[in-house]
Ligand binder design. Structure first.
Ligand code: FES
Length: 61
């Protein structure tokens, strides 16, 4: 399922990028690490939730 339609990013792609950034990045920075940037911005809340989820997982491990 796409998280970001504008950039064709699915959940796994965003989650993996957030994981590689050690869970400390904002959604915008995670997008930058993938070589894209937000366009319409409709996805940022969901993308940030994914980043926060990865941050929580990394803190717990
Ligand atoms: S859906 Fe992600 S920037 Fe538009």
């Amino acid at each position: 399922m796409y998280v970001c339609v504008c950039n064709a990013l699915n959940e796994n792609t965003v989650r993996e990028a957030a994981r590689k950034s050690k869970g400390s990045q904002s959604a915008v920075k995670v997008y930058q690490s993938l070589g894209v940037k937000p366009q319409c911005g409709m996805c940022l809340c969901d993308a940030q939730n994914i980043c926060n989820s990865e941050k929580s997982i990394q803190r717990a491990s």
